[in-house]
Write a protein that binds this ligand. Sequence first.
Ligand SMILES: Cc1cc2nc3c(=O)[nH]c(=O)nc-3n(C[C@H](O)[C@H](O)[C@H](O)COP(=O)(O)OP(=O)(O)OC[C@H]3O[C@@H](n4cnc5c(N)ncnc54)[C@H](O)[C@@H]3O)c2cc1C
Length: 382
Amino acid sequence: MVDFQLDEMQEMLRELAHEFAVDEIRPNAEHWDMNSEYPLATIKAAHEMGLLNLHIGEEYGGPGLGSMEEVLVNEELGWGDPGFATAAYATSLACAPLITGGTHEQKDKYLRMVAENGALASYGVTEPGAGSDVAACKTTAIRDGDDYIINGSKMFITGAGHADWFFILAKTDPDAGYKGMSGFIVDADSPGLTLGKKESNMGQRCSDTRSLNFDDMRVSAENLCGGSESGGWMNAMKAFDMSRPNIAAHATGLARAAFEHSLQYSNERQTFGKPLHRHQAIQFMLADMKTKIEASRMLTWKSACEADAGIQNTESAAHAKRFAADTAMEVSTDAVQVYGGYGYSEEYPVARLMRGAKVMQIYEGSSQVQRMIIGREITKGL
Ligand SMILES: Cc1cc2nc3c(=O)[nH]c(=O)nc-3n(C[C@H](O)[C@H](O)[C@H](O)COP(=O)(O)OP(=O)(O)OC[C@H]3O[C@@H](n4cnc5c(N)ncnc54)[C@H](O)[C@@H]3O)c2cc1C
Protein backbone atom coordinates (compact mmCIF):
# COMPACT_ATOMS: atom_id res chain seq x y z
CA MET A 1 0.00 0.00 0.00
CA VAL A 2 1.17 3.54 -0.70
CA ASP A 3 0.17 5.97 2.00
CA PHE A 4 0.98 9.64 2.13
CA GLN A 5 0.85 9.90 5.92
CA LEU A 6 3.95 11.17 7.68
CA ASP A 7 4.99 9.54 10.92
CA GLU A 8 5.04 11.47 14.20
CA MET A 9 8.75 12.30 14.01
CA GLN A 10 8.44 13.55 10.43
CA GLU A 11 5.46 15.74 11.34
CA MET A 12 7.40 17.19 14.29
CA LEU A 13 10.43 17.91 12.13
CA ARG A 14 8.30 19.58 9.47
CA GLU A 15 6.57 21.68 12.14
CA LEU A 16 9.92 22.69 13.64
CA ALA A 17 11.20 23.78 10.22
CA HIS A 18 7.99 25.67 9.52
CA GLU A 19 8.18 27.56 12.82
CA PHE A 20 11.83 28.38 12.11
CA ALA A 21 10.82 29.75 8.69
CA VAL A 22 8.03 31.84 10.23
CA ASP A 23 10.12 33.22 13.11
CA GLU A 24 13.66 33.48 11.74
CA ILE A 25 13.56 33.50 7.94
CA ARG A 26 10.45 35.35 6.75
CA PRO A 27 10.97 38.49 8.90
CA ASN A 28 14.49 38.94 7.44
CA ALA A 29 14.14 37.72 3.87
CA GLU A 30 13.42 41.06 2.21
CA HIS A 31 16.27 42.78 4.09
CA TRP A 32 18.76 40.04 3.15
CA ASP A 33 17.73 40.20 -0.49
CA MET A 34 17.74 43.99 -0.80
CA ASN A 35 21.13 44.27 0.93
CA SER A 36 22.68 41.13 -0.58
CA GLU A 37 23.40 40.12 3.01
CA TYR A 38 24.55 36.55 3.65
CA PRO A 39 22.38 35.10 6.47
CA LEU A 40 25.26 33.59 8.42
CA ALA A 41 23.74 33.88 11.92
CA THR A 42 20.46 32.34 10.77
CA ILE A 43 22.26 29.46 9.01
CA LYS A 44 24.13 28.79 12.26
CA ALA A 45 20.82 28.96 14.17
CA ALA A 46 19.23 26.46 11.74
CA HIS A 47 22.21 24.17 12.36
CA GLU A 48 21.74 24.47 16.14
CA MET A 49 18.04 23.60 15.72
CA GLY A 50 19.02 20.39 13.90
CA LEU A 51 17.55 21.45 10.54
CA LEU A 52 20.66 21.17 8.34
CA ASN A 53 22.83 18.37 7.00
CA LEU A 54 20.40 15.71 8.17
CA HIS A 55 22.03 13.05 6.00
CA ILE A 56 25.33 12.93 7.92
CA GLY A 57 25.44 9.60 9.75
CA GLU A 58 25.46 9.27 13.52
CA GLU A 59 28.96 7.76 13.40
CA TYR A 60 30.21 11.17 12.18
CA GLY A 61 28.19 13.27 14.62
CA GLY A 62 25.12 13.82 12.41
CA PRO A 63 21.48 12.80 12.95
CA GLY A 64 21.58 10.11 10.21
CA LEU A 65 18.10 10.89 8.94
CA GLY A 66 16.75 9.97 5.53
CA SER A 67 16.00 11.83 2.30
CA MET A 68 12.31 12.00 3.17
CA GLU A 69 13.05 13.95 6.37
CA GLU A 70 15.39 16.22 4.41
CA VAL A 71 12.82 17.14 1.77
CA LEU A 72 10.19 17.89 4.41
CA VAL A 73 12.55 20.36 6.08
CA ASN A 74 13.75 21.83 2.79
CA GLU A 75 10.23 22.56 1.53
CA GLU A 76 9.72 24.70 4.64
CA LEU A 77 13.07 26.50 4.23
CA GLY A 78 12.22 27.20 0.57
CA TRP A 79 8.82 28.48 1.70
CA GLY A 80 10.62 30.77 4.15
CA ASP A 81 12.94 32.21 1.50
CA PRO A 82 14.57 30.54 -1.52
CA GLY A 83 17.84 32.50 -1.12
CA PHE A 84 18.18 31.34 2.47
CA ALA A 85 17.36 27.75 1.46
CA THR A 86 20.07 27.78 -1.22
CA ALA A 87 22.65 29.36 1.06
CA ALA A 88 21.90 26.91 3.86
CA TYR A 89 21.89 23.86 1.56
CA ALA A 90 25.30 24.49 -0.09
CA THR A 91 27.09 22.56 2.66
CA SER A 92 24.86 19.49 2.22
CA LEU A 93 25.70 19.39 -1.48
CA ALA A 94 29.43 19.54 -0.71
CA CYS A 95 29.04 16.73 1.85
CA ALA A 96 27.21 14.43 -0.57
CA PRO A 97 30.29 13.19 -2.50
CA LEU A 98 32.06 12.52 0.80
CA ILE A 99 29.10 10.48 2.01
CA THR A 100 29.04 8.39 -1.16
CA GLY A 101 32.77 8.24 -1.94
CA GLY A 102 34.84 9.51 0.99
CA THR A 103 37.22 7.45 3.10
CA HIS A 104 36.51 6.91 6.80
CA GLU A 105 39.27 9.42 7.65
CA GLN A 106 37.84 12.06 5.30
CA LYS A 107 34.35 11.60 6.73
CA ASP A 108 35.61 11.64 10.28
CA LYS A 109 37.39 14.94 9.69
CA TYR A 110 35.19 16.89 7.25
CA LEU A 111 31.67 15.57 7.89
CA ARG A 112 32.23 15.71 11.64
CA MET A 113 33.42 19.33 11.31
CA VAL A 114 30.06 20.14 9.68
CA ALA A 115 27.87 18.07 11.99
CA GLU A 116 29.50 18.97 15.29
CA ASN A 117 30.95 22.44 14.72
CA GLY A 118 28.56 23.83 12.12
CA ALA A 119 31.37 24.23 9.57
CA LEU A 120 30.29 25.34 6.09
CA ALA A 121 31.38 23.86 2.77
CA SER A 122 30.87 24.40 -0.96
CA TYR A 123 30.65 22.20 -4.04
CA GLY A 124 32.95 23.45 -6.80
CA VAL A 125 32.40 21.82 -10.17
CA THR A 126 31.28 24.52 -12.65
CA GLU A 127 33.96 26.41 -14.58
CA PRO A 128 33.85 29.42 -16.90
CA GLY A 129 33.82 27.04 -19.90
CA ALA A 130 32.16 24.00 -18.31
CA GLY A 131 28.66 24.19 -16.81
CA SER A 132 26.17 21.71 -18.27
CA ASP A 133 29.09 19.97 -19.95
CA VAL A 134 31.01 19.11 -16.78
CA ALA A 135 33.52 16.94 -18.65
CA ALA A 136 34.79 20.06 -20.47
CA CYS A 137 36.45 21.04 -17.16
CA LYS A 138 39.95 22.47 -17.61
CA THR A 139 41.21 22.61 -14.01
CA THR A 140 44.15 20.22 -13.65
CA ALA A 141 45.54 18.23 -10.73
CA ILE A 142 49.09 16.97 -11.30
CA ARG A 143 50.56 14.43 -8.88
CA ASP A 144 53.71 15.61 -7.11
CA GLY A 145 54.95 13.19 -4.43
CA ASP A 146 52.32 12.92 -1.71
CA ASP A 147 50.42 15.93 -3.07
CA TYR A 148 48.55 17.10 -6.15
CA ILE A 149 49.14 20.57 -7.58
CA ILE A 150 45.95 22.21 -8.76
CA ASN A 151 45.64 24.97 -11.37
CA GLY A 152 42.50 26.43 -12.90
CA SER A 153 39.30 28.12 -11.82
CA LYS A 154 35.70 27.48 -10.82
CA MET A 155 32.66 29.68 -11.37
CA PHE A 156 29.35 30.40 -9.57
CA ILE A 157 30.24 28.50 -6.40
CA THR A 158 27.48 28.87 -3.78
CA GLY A 159 28.65 29.74 -0.30
CA ALA A 160 32.30 30.06 -1.37
CA GLY A 161 32.93 33.22 0.65
CA HIS A 162 32.02 31.46 3.91
CA ALA A 163 33.15 27.89 3.25
CA ASP A 164 35.63 26.15 5.55
CA TRP A 165 36.32 23.52 2.88
CA PHE A 166 35.43 22.72 -0.72
CA PHE A 167 34.71 19.62 -2.74
CA ILE A 168 36.17 20.24 -6.21
CA LEU A 169 36.65 18.35 -9.48
CA ALA A 170 39.91 18.56 -11.45
CA LYS A 171 41.46 16.59 -14.30
CA THR A 172 44.27 14.22 -13.38
CA ASP A 173 44.23 12.85 -16.94
CA PRO A 174 43.15 15.61 -19.36
CA ASP A 175 42.97 13.17 -22.30
CA ALA A 176 40.60 10.69 -20.62
CA GLY A 177 37.38 12.76 -20.75
CA TYR A 178 35.14 12.34 -17.72
CA LYS A 179 37.19 9.31 -16.61
CA GLY A 180 40.14 11.65 -16.12
CA MET A 181 38.26 13.70 -13.53
CA SER A 182 39.10 13.40 -9.85
CA GLY A 183 37.42 14.73 -6.72
CA PHE A 184 39.35 16.54 -3.99
CA ILE A 185 38.56 17.99 -0.60
CA VAL A 186 40.29 21.35 -0.28
CA ASP A 187 40.70 23.42 2.89
CA ALA A 188 39.59 27.01 2.36
CA ASP A 189 42.85 28.39 3.77
CA SER A 190 45.04 26.46 1.29
CA PRO A 191 47.84 28.68 -0.08
CA GLY A 192 47.23 29.27 -3.80
CA LEU A 193 43.44 29.33 -3.46
CA THR A 194 41.81 32.74 -3.92
CA LEU A 195 38.17 33.76 -4.18
CA GLY A 196 36.46 36.16 -6.56
CA LYS A 197 34.03 38.87 -5.45
CA LYS A 198 30.43 38.05 -4.54
CA GLU A 199 28.38 37.96 -7.75
CA SER A 200 25.51 40.40 -8.18
CA ASN A 201 22.64 38.06 -9.07
CA MET A 202 19.09 38.59 -10.33
CA GLY A 203 17.53 36.84 -7.34
CA GLN A 204 18.38 34.88 -4.20
CA ARG A 205 20.75 37.77 -3.53
CA CYS A 206 21.52 36.77 0.05
CA SER A 207 23.23 33.63 -1.21
CA ASP A 208 26.97 34.04 -1.80
CA THR A 209 28.16 33.06 -5.29
CA ARG A 210 31.84 33.42 -6.26
CA SER A 211 34.62 32.11 -8.44
CA LEU A 212 37.56 30.08 -7.09
CA ASN A 213 41.05 30.40 -8.52
CA PHE A 214 43.77 27.79 -8.06
CA ASP A 215 47.34 28.89 -8.64
CA ASP A 216 49.74 25.99 -7.94
CA MET A 217 47.57 25.07 -4.96
CA ARG A 218 48.78 21.94 -3.17
CA VAL A 219 46.37 19.37 -1.78
CA SER A 220 47.41 16.17 -0.04
CA ALA A 221 46.76 12.91 -1.93
CA GLU A 222 44.91 11.84 1.23
CA ASN A 223 42.19 14.29 0.15
CA LEU A 224 41.47 12.48 -3.13
CA CYS A 225 37.77 11.61 -2.84
CA GLY A 226 35.83 9.06 -4.86
CA GLY A 227 37.79 5.84 -4.51
CA SER A 228 40.37 6.50 -7.24
CA GLU A 229 41.59 9.18 -9.64
CA SER A 230 39.07 8.01 -12.25
CA GLY A 231 36.16 7.89 -9.78
CA GLY A 232 35.68 11.65 -9.36
CA TRP A 233 33.12 12.36 -12.05
CA MET A 234 30.80 9.47 -11.20
CA ASN A 235 30.97 10.30 -7.51
CA ALA A 236 30.28 14.01 -8.12
CA MET A 237 27.27 13.13 -10.32
CA LYS A 238 25.91 10.67 -7.74
CA ALA A 239 25.81 13.58 -5.30
CA PHE A 240 23.03 15.07 -7.43
CA ASP A 241 20.79 12.04 -6.88
CA MET A 242 21.01 12.95 -3.21
CA SER A 243 20.66 16.72 -3.62
CA ARG A 244 18.12 17.15 -6.44
CA PRO A 245 15.10 16.02 -4.35
CA ASN A 246 16.05 18.82 -1.94
CA ILE A 247 16.28 21.46 -4.67
CA ALA A 248 12.86 20.21 -5.81
CA ALA A 249 11.66 20.65 -2.22
CA HIS A 250 12.98 24.25 -2.11
CA ALA A 251 11.16 24.93 -5.40
CA THR A 252 7.94 23.38 -4.08
CA GLY A 253 8.19 25.57 -0.97
CA LEU A 254 8.79 28.69 -3.08
CA ALA A 255 5.77 27.89 -5.27
CA ARG A 256 3.63 27.23 -2.20
CA ALA A 257 4.59 30.61 -0.76
CA ALA A 258 3.75 32.37 -4.04
CA PHE A 259 0.40 30.54 -4.19
CA GLU A 260 -0.52 31.39 -0.58
CA HIS A 261 0.28 35.07 -1.09
CA SER A 262 -1.81 35.05 -4.29
CA LEU A 263 -4.77 33.34 -2.66
CA GLN A 264 -4.81 35.85 0.18
CA TYR A 265 -4.40 38.81 -2.13
CA SER A 266 -7.14 37.53 -4.44
CA ASN A 267 -9.50 37.69 -1.47
CA GLU A 268 -8.46 41.21 -0.45
CA ARG A 269 -8.39 42.86 -3.87
CA GLN A 270 -11.70 43.71 -5.51
CA THR A 271 -12.23 44.47 -9.20
CA PHE A 272 -15.54 44.92 -10.98
CA GLY A 273 -17.33 44.68 -7.61
CA LYS A 274 -16.02 41.32 -6.40
CA PRO A 275 -12.84 39.74 -5.02
CA LEU A 276 -10.30 38.70 -7.65
CA HIS A 277 -10.77 34.99 -6.92
CA ARG A 278 -14.42 35.24 -7.94
CA HIS A 279 -13.31 35.92 -11.51
CA GLN A 280 -12.99 32.52 -13.12
CA ALA A 281 -9.84 33.44 -15.05
CA ILE A 282 -8.07 34.14 -11.74
CA GLN A 283 -9.65 31.15 -9.97
CA PHE A 284 -8.44 28.82 -12.73
CA MET A 285 -4.96 30.34 -12.44
CA LEU A 286 -5.04 29.60 -8.70
CA ALA A 287 -6.32 26.07 -9.38
CA ASP A 288 -3.49 25.37 -11.83
CA MET A 289 -0.93 26.72 -9.36
CA LYS A 290 -2.21 24.36 -6.67
CA THR A 291 -2.23 21.31 -8.97
CA LYS A 292 1.37 21.94 -10.02
CA ILE A 293 2.48 22.36 -6.39
CA GLU A 294 0.80 19.09 -5.38
CA ALA A 295 2.44 17.30 -8.32
CA SER A 296 5.86 18.81 -7.47
CA ARG A 297 5.58 17.57 -3.91
CA MET A 298 4.59 14.06 -4.97
CA LEU A 299 7.50 13.79 -7.42
CA THR A 300 9.82 15.10 -4.72
CA TRP A 301 8.58 12.63 -2.12
CA LYS A 302 8.82 9.75 -4.60
CA SER A 303 12.46 10.50 -5.41
CA ALA A 304 13.25 10.84 -1.70
CA CYS A 305 11.43 7.58 -0.84
CA GLU A 306 13.34 5.75 -3.58
CA ALA A 307 16.63 7.03 -2.18
CA ASP A 308 15.63 5.89 1.31
CA ALA A 309 14.65 2.45 -0.04
CA GLY A 310 18.05 2.08 -1.71
CA ILE A 311 16.51 2.30 -5.20
CA GLN A 312 18.59 4.26 -7.71
CA ASN A 313 16.65 7.53 -8.03
CA THR A 314 18.51 9.22 -10.90
CA GLU A 315 15.40 9.38 -13.07
CA SER A 316 12.90 10.28 -10.34
CA ALA A 317 15.24 12.96 -8.94
CA ALA A 318 15.50 14.49 -12.43
CA HIS A 319 11.69 14.43 -12.85
CA ALA A 320 11.27 16.09 -9.45
CA LYS A 321 13.96 18.73 -9.96
CA ARG A 322 12.82 19.63 -13.49
CA PHE A 323 9.11 19.74 -12.72
CA ALA A 324 9.38 21.53 -9.40
CA ALA A 325 11.84 24.16 -10.71
CA ASP A 326 9.61 24.86 -13.73
CA THR A 327 6.61 24.97 -11.37
CA ALA A 328 8.34 27.50 -9.10
CA MET A 329 8.99 29.72 -12.14
CA GLU A 330 5.46 29.37 -13.54
CA VAL A 331 3.64 29.75 -10.24
CA SER A 332 5.67 32.75 -9.09
CA THR A 333 5.16 34.41 -12.52
CA ASP A 334 1.41 33.81 -12.20
CA ALA A 335 1.54 35.18 -8.66
CA VAL A 336 2.94 38.45 -10.02
CA GLN A 337 0.05 38.43 -12.54
CA VAL A 338 -2.53 37.95 -9.78
CA TYR A 339 -1.07 40.96 -7.94
CA GLY A 340 -1.12 43.09 -11.10
CA GLY A 341 0.99 46.26 -10.83
CA TYR A 342 1.59 45.58 -7.14
CA GLY A 343 3.20 42.28 -8.07
CA TYR A 344 5.80 44.11 -10.09
CA SER A 345 6.72 46.22 -7.07
CA GLU A 346 9.36 45.08 -4.59
CA GLU A 347 6.97 46.26 -1.85
CA TYR A 348 5.25 42.87 -2.16
CA PRO A 349 6.98 39.50 -1.73
CA VAL A 350 5.99 37.87 -5.03
CA ALA A 351 8.52 39.84 -7.13
CA ARG A 352 11.36 38.50 -4.94
CA LEU A 353 9.96 34.97 -5.30
CA MET A 354 9.80 35.26 -9.10
CA ARG A 355 13.40 36.51 -9.27
CA GLY A 356 14.44 33.75 -6.91
CA ALA A 357 12.74 31.00 -8.92
CA LYS A 358 14.70 31.52 -12.13
CA VAL A 359 17.97 30.05 -10.93
CA MET A 360 16.21 26.85 -9.89
CA GLN A 361 15.84 26.07 -13.61
CA ILE A 362 19.59 26.65 -14.06
CA TYR A 363 21.67 25.32 -11.16
CA GLU A 364 22.16 21.67 -10.10
CA GLY A 365 21.63 20.79 -13.78
CA SER A 366 19.34 23.03 -15.83
CA SER A 367 15.83 21.97 -16.87
CA GLN A 368 17.31 21.00 -20.25
CA VAL A 369 19.95 18.84 -18.56
CA GLN A 370 17.24 17.12 -16.46
CA ARG A 371 15.43 16.26 -19.70
CA MET A 372 18.69 14.87 -21.08
CA ILE A 373 19.02 12.66 -17.99
CA ILE A 374 15.41 11.49 -18.21
CA GLY A 375 15.81 10.87 -21.93
CA ARG A 376 18.94 8.81 -21.33
CA GLU A 377 17.25 6.77 -18.59
CA ILE A 378 14.07 6.01 -20.55
CA THR A 379 15.91 5.01 -23.72
CA LYS A 380 18.45 2.79 -21.97
CA GLY A 381 18.54 -0.61 -23.61
CA LEU A 382 16.51 0.37 -26.69
C1 LIG B 1 23.29 31.31 -8.41
C2 LIG B 1 24.07 30.13 -8.91
C3 LIG B 1 24.60 29.24 -8.01
C4 LIG B 1 25.37 28.15 -8.46
N1 LIG B 1 25.96 27.32 -7.54
C5 LIG B 1 26.84 26.38 -7.98
C6 LIG B 1 27.61 25.61 -7.04
O1 LIG B 1 27.49 25.73 -5.81
N2 LIG B 1 28.53 24.72 -7.53
C7 LIG B 1 28.72 24.53 -8.87
O2 LIG B 1 29.57 23.71 -9.24
N3 LIG B 1 27.99 25.24 -9.79
C8 LIG B 1 27.07 26.15 -9.37
N4 LIG B 1 26.35 26.89 -10.28
C9 LIG B 1 26.56 26.67 -11.71
C10 LIG B 1 25.37 26.02 -12.41
O3 LIG B 1 25.27 24.68 -12.00
C11 LIG B 1 25.57 26.23 -13.91
O4 LIG B 1 25.34 27.60 -14.19
C12 LIG B 1 24.65 25.34 -14.72
O5 LIG B 1 25.05 24.00 -14.64
C13 LIG B 1 24.60 25.75 -16.19
O6 LIG B 1 25.89 25.87 -16.72
P1 LIG B 1 26.29 27.19 -17.55
O7 LIG B 1 25.90 28.36 -16.74
O8 LIG B 1 27.69 27.06 -17.97
O9 LIG B 1 25.33 27.17 -18.83
P2 LIG B 1 25.62 26.35 -20.17
O10 LIG B 1 26.03 24.97 -19.87
O11 LIG B 1 26.49 27.17 -21.04
O12 LIG B 1 24.16 26.31 -20.80
C14 LIG B 1 23.53 27.48 -21.35
C15 LIG B 1 22.08 27.10 -21.71
O13 LIG B 1 22.09 26.08 -22.69
C16 LIG B 1 21.37 24.93 -22.23
N5 LIG B 1 22.10 23.75 -22.71
C17 LIG B 1 23.40 23.42 -22.52
N6 LIG B 1 23.69 22.27 -23.13
C18 LIG B 1 22.55 21.83 -23.70
C19 LIG B 1 22.21 20.68 -24.48
N7 LIG B 1 23.09 19.71 -24.73
N8 LIG B 1 20.93 20.58 -24.92
C20 LIG B 1 20.02 21.53 -24.65
N9 LIG B 1 20.29 22.65 -23.91
C21 LIG B 1 21.54 22.79 -23.46
C22 LIG B 1 21.39 25.03 -20.71
O14 LIG B 1 20.27 24.37 -20.15
C23 LIG B 1 21.31 26.54 -20.52
O15 LIG B 1 19.96 26.94 -20.62
C24 LIG B 1 25.54 27.95 -9.85
C25 LIG B 1 24.96 28.84 -10.77
C26 LIG B 1 24.24 29.92 -10.32
C27 LIG B 1 23.67 30.88 -11.34
